[in-house]
Design a binder for this molecule. Structure first.
Ligand code: PLP
Length: 400
């Protein structure tokens, strides 16, 4: 695979504001004037470069952010949305019709799981949940109704790795689209270069990195993104999850520091993972050489960004997990909160929060232990000190 550096693509994307400002001007308007009615009519028919109609359709700052994201994921085009869930929804609704089928990993974000399991059946879209690391199982579910194969690059919360190149082959043979949620692995993996047709991010997480807003994006071919924006039939235009332009402006600024943040999240994540394991705690981290997906992830990774800042430990039972999280917050390790990719460490118990949409028996089947604590390790400068605080909690609770 040819070397690719997503950060370089963002670095080389220069946009100026109205007066040569170093940041592009923020669009403070919902609608745009036309010098002639003819031009307006033309815009209803097709896109005109640099010409805007109405901010739910497109607005300049959202276009700038989308362009930067397309460069970063190495796709022809991209579209920002008001949340990660709306990005997933728009992509799925655009591709699938009633009667179609989706094959999805069963270890996905709880909200996506609930959408697939509880909501899509209302539209007669059937989802088969599979162990995405088992390609034979994926293959066995393919029918002529299959329109989407869906996975997360690094899955939530057990950090399993999807074999994107192999899944892309299966998807292509099936005449379907491979949709990959890359929220856990920005910079680290570039799914479109490995054959994914559509790449999704919840920008709420790492891409923005300051936990101050909810946002999403869809990166794909120009044809697909244009179809999402079609005035008469586009899911994004008609379902309407437009991202606010002030937020788009702030996310664009944060995107420029993403490479440094990911490097530090990875460094700190690896440190925590090794220390936990050193204490004899069951630890899930894809940077461990004996992790099931280690070699696969290595083969898909861009150089220099590490294995990410997400890890999970299992302290056996929910009571211990709850005590540990409460104490870690008191000791200022970070916050007991869902979400990830924040500059501070966040921890939560997936079975009772982000994966609670997944029924208990299913949780057990996929190996989601009751004592699981998921960490999104922060940007701490003194990570040794941060772990010393964690260790103090573990010892006081007699967990080590
Ligand atoms: C948070 C998250 C989502 C949903 O994104 P929102 O921005 O909260 O709508 C989807 N996928 C993954 C992997 C996530 O972590």
């Amino acid at each position: 695979m040819q070397k690719f550096d997503p950060s370089e693509r963002i670095h080389d994307y220069l946009v100026f504001g109205e007066f040569g400002d170093v940041n592009p001007s923020i669009t403070d308007s919902s609608t745009y004037t036309f010098m002639s009615p003819d031009k307006m009519e033309e815009l209803f028919e097709h896109e005109i470069e640099g010409c805007f109609l109405y901010s739910r359709h497109w607005n300049p700052i959202n276009k700038y952010l989308s362009n930067a994201l397309a460069r970063f994921e190495d796709t022809e085009s991209a579209q920002v949305t008001g949340s990660g869930m709306s990005a997933i929804n728009c992509a799925i609704m655009q591709i699938c019709n009633a009667g179609d089928e989706i094959i999805s990993s069963h270890t996905i974000y709880g909200g996506t799981y609930a959408l697939f399991k509880n909501f899509l059946p209302k539209f007669d879209i059937k989802v088969h949940f599979v162990d995405i690391t088992n390609l034979e199982e994926v293959k066995s579910k393919i029918t002529d109704k299959t329109k989407v194969i869906y996975c997360e690059t690094i899955s939530n919360p057990l950090l399993e790795i999807a074999n994107i190149p192999e899944l892309a082959k299966l998807t292509k043979e099936a005449g379907a689209k491979l949709v990959v949620d890359n929220t856990f692995a920005p910079m680290i993996v570039s799914p479109s270069r490995l054959g994914a047709d559509v790449v999704i991010h919840s920008m709420t997480k790492y891409v923005n990195g300051t936990s101050d807003c909810v946002a999403g994006c869809i990166c794909s071919t120009k044809e697909f993104i244009d179809s999402l924006n079609d005035i008469n039939s586009g899911a994004s235009m008609l379902l309407g999850p437009v991202l606010d332009s002030f937020r788009a402006a702030s996310i664009l600024k944060n995107l420029h520091s993403l490479h440094i943040r990911v490097q530090r999240h990875s460094k700190n994540g690896a440190f925590f993972a090794q220390k936990f394991r050193g204490l004899g705690i069951k630890t899930y981290y894809p940077g461990f050489e004996d992790h099931k997906g280690y070699e696969l992830l290595k083969s898909m990774m861009n150089e220099g960004f590490g294995f990410g800042g997400m890890l999970a430990i299992d302290v056996n039972d929910l009571e211990s997990a709850n005590k540990l999280m409460t104490m870690m917050q008191e000791e200022k390790v970070g916050y007991l909160a869902v979400s990830l990719g924040y500059f501070k460490t966040l921890f939560s118990s997936p079975g009772h929060s982000t994966s609670s949409e997944i029924p208990a028996d299913e949780q057990e089947k996929i190996g989601l232990g009751k004592g699981l604590v998921r960490f999104s390790v922060g940007l701490d400068n003194n990570i040794e000190n941060s772990f010393a605080r964690v260790e103090k909690c573990l010892k006081e609770l007699k967990l080590v």
